[in-house]
Write a protein that binds this ligand. Structure first.
Ligand SMILES: Cc1cc2nc3c(=O)[nH]c(=O)nc-3n(C[C@H](O)[C@H](O)[C@H](O)COP(=O)(O)OP(=O)(O)OC[C@H]3O[C@@H](n4cnc5c(N)ncnc54)[C@H](O)[C@@H]3O)c2cc1C
Length: 371
């Protein structure tokens, strides 16, 4: 006789920061949780690797004891510097952010999921979902039955991207990053803006390499402006000068297209977390934080349904409300900041930046309100 297929309380699709956070939170609350990941850990990821302070408490709670060492050893980033139009703006980051390599971070969260009681399976690509609760989750020859689903498959999977590529005509954006060695490390996140993009630079530790003088260099750029890091370096004179002293440690990795869109935390009764729900402009440095927080919010919203105290539809609506009230402000502020760097005529931007340079309190205000 065939074994009956087990019914999970929750299937989480994708094990980036959003999916791991959701799965760990759910499993620690007693939900029978399956986490499905297309790739394998550890792996590199195009990312500035800046983790804003607001989610460090949550991150520490999610990680197991080995993972906590990663956080303790991570560089702290107490300062932001913006290099644009020949001007340099500086702001304190108080409390400081952290710089954690995605190679280490995503693997540590994956391990923490396993040690929290999540059934975590790598190299399983989810291809389709059917039902409205319970769901059938189809992945090649595998089919899993679950009472609820969180889609945390990122901004660009076949489950979230359908139709997006044609929905926004216009210039294509690319993300590209590599690690470099630099003699004198600056304990700051440095953002170099130029027409059609920006490049972020900050010190980072790679667990396997110890405390060498390593920096992460990650750019977001329009493909008609540049498609390589060396092409990016030419776009900002401060960056060009600084990069002359670097030596490359890793091969560049890239991702395209980058499409920004309004938050959409639900798809029917499926909860969307992290980039699957919305992609925030990377220069605000909040994508990882939003992913961790939305994953945890989604799992917490499902717990009353898992314990049969409410319906799936009610749990989904409670997630939508929590998402909008807790995370909505970050999207609103970042969508207001974006035009300053990418749409405003140069003369107006320079006047605005010169004004901000004279008023560090205002710069701090903007930094705090993207949190
Ligand atoms: C250029 C650039 C720079 C950035 N810099 C920063 C920064 O400095 N700080 C910051 O906070 N954020 C930054 N971000 C944003 C940040 O990387 C994302 O917001 C974050 O990774 C979102 O996490 P996530 O878990 O939602 O998605 P992801 O990290 O993309 O994880 C999704 C996971 O789902 C898996 N998956 C996909 N499809 C399937 C499927 N069908 N079945 C199973 N698994 C699947 C993928 O393999 C992946 O592991 C940057 C982004 C870019 C592009």
């Amino acid at each position: 006789m065939e074994e009956p297929v087990p019914m999970y309380d929750l299937v989480v699709i994708g094990s980036g920061p959003a999916g791991s956070s959701a799965a760990i939170t759910a499993a620690r609350s007693g939900a029978r949780t399956l986490l499905l990941e297309r790739g394998r850990f550890p792996r590199t990821k195009v990312c500035g690797e800046f983790v804003s302070a607001e989610s460090l408490g949550l991150l520490s709670w999610l990680l197991d004891s080995r993972g906590k060492d990663l956080l303790n050893e991570a560089n702290r980033i107490p300062k932001l510097r913006i290099f644009s139009d020949g001007l340099v703006l500086t702001s304190q980051l108080d409390p400081p952010a952290a710089s954690v390599s995605r190679f280490d971070l995503d693997a540590a969260l994956w391990e923490a999921a396993g040690s929290s009681g999540v059934e975590a399976r790598e190299q399983i690509t989810v291809e389709a979902l059917s039902g409205g609760g319970p769901f059938i989750v189809c992945a090649g020859e595998n089919a899993f039955e679950s009472r609820s689903v969180i889609n945390a498959s990122g901004r660009w999977s076949r489950l979230t991207a359908a139709g997006l590529i044609n929905s926004k005509p216009g210039k294509k954006w690319l993300g590209v990053k590599a690690h470099f060695a630099e003699e004198q490390l600056s304990q700051s996140v440095d953002l170099y803006f130029f027409p059609g993009g920006y490049c972020g630079v900050q010190p980072v530790v790679l667990r396997s390499q110890g405390k060498e003088n390593r920096i992460n260099v990650c750019a977001m750029v329009r493909t008609d402006i540049a498609s390589t890091l060396s092409g990016v370096f030419e776009q900002n004179s401060f960056l060009q000068e600084r990069s002359r002293h670097w030596s490359q440690l890793t091969e560049p990795v890239s991702t395209s297209p980058l499409i920004f869109r309004e938050p959409r935390p639900l798809q029917g009764n499926v909860l969307l977390a992290g980039d699957a729900a919305a992609f925030v402009d990377p220069f605000v440095g909040d994508g990882i934080s939003l992913a961790l927080r939305s994953g945890a919010l989604a799992a917490r919203a499902l717990i009353p349904y898992v314990s049969k105290r409410t319906s799936l539809a009610a749990a989904a609506q409670s997630y939508r409300r929590a998402y909008e009230s807790e995370l909505g402000p970050v999207f609103r502020v970042s969508s207001r900041l974006r035009p300053i760097f990418f749409l405003l005529p140069r003369v107006l931007r320079v006047a605005l930046l010169a004004g901000l340079k004279r008023s560090p309190a205002l710069v701090r205000y903007f930094v705090q309100h993207t949190r």
